[in-house]
Design a protein around this ligand. Sequence first.
Ligand code: SF4
Length: 669
Amino acid sequence: MLRRVFQPGMIGRMRLPNRIVMGSMHLNLETRDDGGAAVAEFYAERARGGVGLIITGGCAVNRQGSGGRGYVVLSDPAQHDALARWATAVHAEGGRIALQLFHAGRLTSSRYTGLPPLGPSTVASRMFPDEPPVAMTTGQIEDTIADFARAAALAGELGFDAVEVMGSEGYLVNQFGSPLTNTRTDAWGGDARRRNRFALAVVAAIRDRVAGLPVLFRMSGDDLMPGSSTVDEQRAFAVELALAGVHAVNVGVGWHESRVPTVQGMVPPGTWSHYAAGVKLALAAERLAVPVITANRYTRLDQAERALAEGQADFVSMARPLLADPAIVAKARTNEPVNTCIACNEACIDRSLGDEPVSCVVNPRAGRELVFPRLTVRRARRYAVIGGGPAGMEAARALASLGNSVSLFEASSELGGQFRLARRVPGKADFGATIGYFTDELTRLGVDLRLDTPITTANLALIEQTDGVVLATGVTPRELDLPGADLPHVVRYPRAFREPESLGERVVIIGGGGIAVDLAHLLGHVPSPLDARTRFLVDHGLTEGPAPAPPSRSLTILRRQGRIGTGMGRSTRWAAVDALRRQGTELLSGVRCEAITPDGVCVTDETGTRRLIPADSVVVAIGQEPRATLLPLLANTGLPLQLVGGSASATGLNATRAFEDGLRAAHTL
Ligand code: SF4
């Protein structure tokens, strides 16, 4: 029962219809040469979906503060019309939108801005180690503060309902607050009060310039950087912000440089709510009634409801869940199936770190609302989709939502394809929610779901009367060509996922991609008496607790060349590999497998040394081949045909491409 989520709330003069705020996400669409159309439609769809407030991706207050090539620079008038279009589009749907005021500080490069990066002090970041920032002069500090104020005024003029100052994640304002990046000895550095002077001056300048405009401040509850500001200092800072006149504090956690995962699937939902709760207590102790927004790792509205009901915050920020399902709020009233964010980061955060437009693995329409409009076709046709993995599920969903009559034939007893394996991995249970969503949504859309129905020559008539076919039969594991590969203790990876208990105590996994990493997590997982959140906090040194029990198996991953986990996303690989190291998995790259014997795997390393790695079980995870055996049969039917996902090509296949293929096929047929 969602009661508190649907209570209206106030941030300054702004009345919000519910307690869900869409957190800032950089989309890499913001500076597209389309007059702001794509972003306007992206936000409009989320406003239509009922979210209380939308916060834009960070917009740089000046060119030097831009975080990359695709960032809006507010001091550039050429971009103002597009910004106004975003606000107008949201208002047309009855929504509210805040413009985020951003300055990257040292987290940028002259490659993007044409100017040297600035920072409080000359301390290089892990992202740009070769380009330490120039320590800002007093004049540059004052100019930047004025730029924030000018940008806030501009936001009001362009029709935005509020602004948010980006003061977390290790960007400029946060850099001033931290002793790690602010080693100044003048009036802008020193103790916490002096380091925070920059942030408070920004707030004061904005308040002076635009008195009535609501100002949210995105602060860091904990930088998760050894030696940075303490949690107590951050709480005291929140009080200072409230006294300076901010209308809400939005409590984030962690810097981009932190080695503690904050938003990956392995982070249990709600892990960080105590930081917002601490800020709320600190404000209450000073009788300051400034709303607190909690952020990071809320994927479902019931989690938001719990945080609100427990008094940890007044609003809940959800970002990626609104990529996965723009109508997550509205659907809570209609009980329609919700597409849950699986925290994979593949199409969102990983893309935002580069130049690719952001989208969502499980909702590939995200960011492409104009490319794939929600039109109902004039003349509904009949289509068959063969295969119910990610590509087939999305093809069937999109075809049906366009008004077509769709039958989906799946050889097994359940939809999901490779997601059925992934959901078994610790931290990936939500991959099962994707299967649940598509099963429910396809049913709701009237798709004729035929499980346990492989298409063969015998039942080809089932599809011959249709107007087109999508072939989505996925992949089959690549076979290992090695002496001993047919020994009984050698298994292919799908069986290892399905029957981990059948494997011995010493397991060697041949192949070092994402599937091998996932499998090692599954095989090395040790149940803990601690709840998942406490276990996570203990494992990352954020609270005290017993060390985890050692895994009952010894695990080794062998890769011929390259890094273990190659192919995984930039924001997830390091965290997954760190976790494997913590659980004691041996990660060997640069080894050539020579043979498998009943005792293990014979390998030669880069020095030419040959040795046996003992193993009771050997799992082969060396990639996949397309499964498209039906192709000749279907070609003979003469029906329009689309190949999607692994059936089309297994090279570079990942979930992002599979879902995208499905959507594209539906709009192509
Ligand atoms: Fe969530 Fe993955 Fe979609 Fe990003 S790409 S919004 S993490 S499901």
